[in-house]
Design a protein around this ligand. Structure first.
Ligand code: KIV
Length: 262
């Protein structure tokens, strides 16, 4: 297994034009499988509010829930960088709260960086967390924690503002920035305007790296799928079939058979 991924690895990859690969994870077993596949960043996303908790959005996710999931993910990871996603209202109200909560991801959950949503308006928070030695990944464009302000999950097209946001978060000390729901040409301009790596989701191929939600990538998600999702598997069908087979074998008395008995 190669050396653990650090912020320096990611800067170097941007310079070498080597694509950064990121996936979300929420538990030990999947984190281990993802890590063993060589992925560089494992984000414990607050998207767990949707894919683990079944919520309509991410707003109800708490710090304690994020700490729990980040801790069990960290146990499965040896190589990738584990990033803990700061949930809604864990960093917005005051710099002090933001620093304490960012610290919890590192002290209690084994993360080596945190992510938070917002551009120029949260730069004071990015700076404060970064100044205490915790790397911060920013997240601009479509920011799900602002769903009510955006009026839904909408592609963000204000080029001037998006480029300014990216430049400001870099100045504030962010080591990377997620670009979500942004037209490809704008994401390309942003990627070429800053020195820190951009990680795209629904932001086209020119970003320095890509991230997908694990459940989307594996085809575990049977609900609405945004255009940017590519399903590399159809695990929902395969899992349902396995459950049906087990159901039938138990009912027919075929399982357990001799080989499964003591
Ligand atoms: O919460 C999440 O999983 C995210 C990624 C989709 C970037 O923020």
């Amino acid at each position: 297994m190669p050396n653990p991924v650090t912020v320096n690895t990611l800067y170097q990859m941007k310079q070498n034009r080597e694509k950064i690969v990121a996936i979300t994870a929420y538990d030990y077993m999947f984190a281990k499988l993802i890590d063993e596949s060589g992925v560089h960043i494992i984000l414990v996303g607050d998207s767990l509010g949707n894919v683990i908790q079944g919520g309509a959005n991410t707003l109800a996710v708490t710090m304690d829930e994020m700490i729990y999931h980040t801790r069990i993910v960290s146990r499965g990871v040896r190589h990738g960088m584990v990033i803990g996603d700061m949930p809604f209202m864990s960093y917005q109200a005051s710099i002090k709260t933001a620093m304490i909560n960012a610290g919890r991801f590192v002290k209690e959950a084994g993360a080596s960086a945190v992510k938070l949503e917002g551009g120029a308006s949260v730069c004071h928070i990015i700076q404060a967390i970064s100044d205490i030695g915790i790397p911060v990944q920013a997240h601009i464009g479509l920011t799900p924690q602002s769903i009510h302000k955006m009026g839904g999950y909408k592609v963000q097209r204000d080029e001037k503002r998006l480029i300014e946001d990216a430049i400001e978060v870099e100045k504030a000390g962010a080591f990377s920035v997620v670009l979500e729901g942004i037209p490809s040409d704008i994401a390309d301009k942003i990627t070429r305007s800053i020195h820190i790596p951009t990680i795209g989701i629904g932001a086209g191929p020119c970003c320095d790296g890509q991230i997908l939600v694990m459940h989307d990538l594996l085809g575990l998600n049977t609900g609405y799928l945004p255009k940017f999702v590519k399903q590399y598997e159809q695990f929902s069908d395969r899992a349902k079939q396995a459950f049906k087979n087990y159901f039938e074998e138990v009912q027919q008395g075929k399982f357990p058979s001799n080989e499964h008995c003591y």
